[in-house]
Write a protein that binds this ligand. Structure first.
Ligand SMILES: *Cc1c(COP(=O)(O)O)cnc(C)c1O
Length: 234
């Protein structure tokens, strides 16, 4: 049955992403199962950077509702072009502090807060509640975005107290090599901070196309997937 549909007559919608979305959903379910986690406990964020408005529209047609973007100008054009759809937009790119007003206006989620200056500016700019994650530089890589683990508790306290910011959890991009170990350490930080992080603390944003099964095994609640849904970026 499944195969029949894949081999069916292609059209503009089904050629974009249907089989790969099904495959990603299947793989997430399998990883949830393997980790004895509840089915549906991991949310799928489709990373749509470098994708066209038509591709996002097609993916929405296949049931996806959460999309992630890295670049503010590119994202705003898509948010506006797709304003007729019920999409929740997530920002997952590096934050320049002079862009916080645009971010607060166009996104519901911001995954990459990594310093107090940005958190304060987002809080001041927001006209409604924003869901935020703090990005951790879990492997303390030089040049990498994210707060160092040492400085994380102070940033958590700061963000938890700011109006308009609902502090949801942590986001991480591990260094290449042994991502599972980085995911595990992020999960340990998440658990340790839980008593001081406030009532909304429920999200571990970790795992991308190549490593999301490991991330789910270590407790990810949201995986950010681009290539495995849309194909390679050109
Ligand atoms: C691009 C990107 C992703 C998606 O990566 P894929 O390997 O294409 O799945 C996830 N998270 C962040 C922060 C990204 O920049």
């Amino acid at each position: 049955m499944h195969r029949g549909r894949l081999l069916g007559v292609s059209n503009a919608v089904t050629t974009v992403a249907r089989p790969s979305i099904d495959a990603v959903r299947g793989a997430i379910g399998k990883a949830e199962d393997g980790a004895r986690r509840r089915s549906g406990s991991v949310h799928l964020l489709a990373v749509s950077k470098a994708r066209t408005v038509a591709e996002v529209r097609a993916a929405h047609g296949h049931g996806l509702r959460h999309f992630g973007e890295n670049y503010v100008q590119e994202a705003i054009a898509k948010v506006q072009a797709l304003a007729d759809l019920d999409i929740t937009w997530h920002f997952i790119g590096a934050i320049q502090s002079n862009k916080t007003q645009d971010l607060a206006r166009h996104f519901q989620w911001i995954h990459t807060v990594d310093r107090t200056k940005v958190a304060r500016r987002l809080s001041a700019a927001a006209e409604r509640d924003l869901d935020v994650c703090i990005q951790v530089n879990i492997d303390a890589e030089p040049q990498k975005a994210g707060v160092d683990p040492d400085e994380l508790p102070a940033l958590v306290s700061c963000v938890a107290d700011l109006p308009r910011l609902k502090l949801r959890g942590l986001m991480v991009i591990p260094e290449p090599g042994n991502p599972r170990d980085s995911f595990r350490r992020t999960r340990q930080l998440f658990d340790a901070l839980s008593p001081s992080a406030g009532e909304h603390w429920d999200t571990l944003s970790m795992g991308m196309s190549d490593d999301f099964a490991d991330a789910i095994a270590e407790g990810a609640t949201l995986v950010r997937i681009g290539t495995a849904i849309f194909g390679p970026r050109t």
